[in-house]
Design a binder for this molecule. Structure first.
Ligand SMILES: Nc1ncnc2c1ncn2[C@@H]1O[C@H](COP(=O)(O)OP(=O)(O)O)[C@@H](O)[C@H]1O
Ligand SMILES: [Mg+2]
Length: 450
């Protein structure tokens, strides 16, 4: 973070400094165990523990002070009512003091993290960039990301998630983006939103908030329509003829990695992605649009995309076991669209047999049973064997007689140990709550990799 006194922090967040003033010279953290010299520890109310109880420990580790809901034994504490809201206000104040920064916000139902990671790598070649691996896309993660920028930072890439109307607008209130990127409107969190229209309304808040450029996916009608909701310049991306940033000649290699010609600003440059799956073309074009809006040249963007690798765990992580079985760990999360994107990638990969090991998709609302059935039908048509894991995934296997259902991770591991042969490619994917990345790790261990 930029250097601030605790009295200034109190001022920025509308809190009261108790204890002595001190200078924050380090980072901002919500985990007292990571607090070090000069840091600001933000004490959050947890479900099991109260962060306020660890203020003493954070200060003992050298923290300059804390943000909390009550004074703590005379330690320097900025006392506020709502520490999460205060974290947002602090991030806002710091963001306002970084005028040289170009801020990009990214939202969409699927591909936010993948696109952030592509863009972060493209921008990093042009200047100091903050774009942390992982999914820091909520009211805590986004401010923390903003607060990790300082006066040396040139580009700030922010992932923005939403579980309801107004969420993205609130995140944009923390750090107003110069460039707003909307990827797609799918069915992630459909249960909470109620309808795709509501999801479009929520995602479009980013287009509304963007001050400079709205980068919109021309191939998704609900995203394209957001052009009418923004006063910013609109940059359309996609394979559509009228897209400003367009991919032509898209081809997949034997490992389902895409190459294409990037057309932008009257220039054409070859791109050869290292990340896996045809769905990465759309993500790459969105990242390209944002990088161009941030002032990079098309050749620089094409080179950056071609050099970019997977940054965040459990997203199409491809590992070849010593015995020749290929494990594709895409177990970070899942919804109907991302399941199909991953299945399409699996289908495009060279191998003797393709095996899809799938767990349940969460938060789909009343249509969940139908969605699991439809996925089961499509998966069975796309691959050689479908293994559904866990009680909530039974519908995936029930859709086709030849598909197999196993109750849990251990049973899946046992079955796959018997079934898998050298040359097979096995995809592992489910919603976050299913924790199937552990099964992917089991499979690597069984093949002698991990
Ligand atoms: N553009 C896309 N369209 C459909 N599915 C995608 C897209 N990009 C990524 N995915 C799928 O969604 C999963 C989650 O990707 P991620 O980038 O983490 O998205 P998010 O951050 O939006 O949750 C990936 O593992 C992949 O299966
Ligand atoms: Mg994410």
């Amino acid at each position: 973070m930029i250097e601030l006194g605790l009295a200034e922090v109190a001022d920025a967040v509308g809190g009261t400094l108790t204890g002595p003033d001190a200078q924050v010279t380090g980072k901002v953290t919500v985990d007292s165990r990571t607090a070090g010299p000069g840091d600001l520890y933000v004490a959050l109310p947890g479900e099991r523990v109260d962060g306020n109880d660890f203020i003493g420990a954070a200060v003992a580790s050298g923290a300059a002070g804390a943000l909390g809901t009550r004074p703590a034994d005379g330690h320097p504490v900025v006392v506020v009512e709502d520490p999460v809201a205060a974290l947002g206000r602090l991030a806002h104040a710091v963001h306002e003091r970084l005028p040289g920064l170009t801020t990009v916000g990214i939202t969409g139902s699927s591909g936010k993290t993948s696109t952030k990671d592509l863009l972060g790598q493209v921008l990093a070649a042009a200047g100091p960039t903050v774009s942390p691996p992982g999914s820091f896309n909520n009211d805590i993660g986004l401010p923390l990301t903003v607060l990790s920028a300082d006066t040396g930072t040139r580009y700030l890439v922010l992932e923005m998630g939403a579980r309801g109307i107004g969420h993205i607008a609130r995140l944009c209130g923390v750090a107003r983006p110069d460039v707003g990127v909307v990827l797609n409107v799918g069915s992630a969190h459909l249960g909470e939103f109620g309808s795709p229209e509501a999801i479009a309304t929520a995602k479009g808040e980013l287009a509304e908030a963007a001050t400079g450029t709205a980068v919109l996916n021309a191939d998704d009608p609900r995203v394209r329509a957001m052009a009418s909701r923004t006063a910013a310049r609109v940059l359309l991306t996609g394979t559509a003829e009228d897209a400003d940033v367009r991919a032509a000649d898209v081809a997949l290699d034997a490992d389902a990695r895409a190459s294409f010609t990037l057309h932008a600003a009257g220039e054409a440059h070859p791109v050869r992605l290292q990340v896996v799956g045809a769905h990465q073309v759309a993500n790459a074009l969105s990242a390209a649009g944002a990088a161009l809006a941030a002032g990079l040249a098309p050749a620089q963007v094409a080179a950056g995309l071609s050099a970019a690798t997977v940054q965040s765990r459990w997203r199409m992580e491809v590992t070849r076991r010593p015995d020749g079985v290929v494990v594709v760990n895409d177990a970070y999360n899942a919804n109907p669209e991302s399941m199909r994107a991953a299945l399409a990638a699996l289908q495009g990969m060279t191998g003797t047999r393709r095996v899809a090991v799938l767990g349940a998709m969460g938060e789909l609302g009343p249509g969940a049973d139908d969605e699991h059935h439809r996925l089961g039908v499509d998966a069975a048509a796309a691959v050689d064997l479908v293994v559904a894991v866990g009680r909530d995934a039974a519908g995936i296997a029930a859709a086709r007689e030849e598909s197999v259902h196993v109750p849990d991770r251990a049973a899946a591991r046992q079955l796959l140990a018997e079934v898998l042969r050298p040359g097979d490619v096995v995809l592992v994917k489910a919603s976050r709550a299913q924790g199937l990345e552990l099964l992917a790790a089991d499979l690597l261990e069984d093949g002698g990799t991990a």
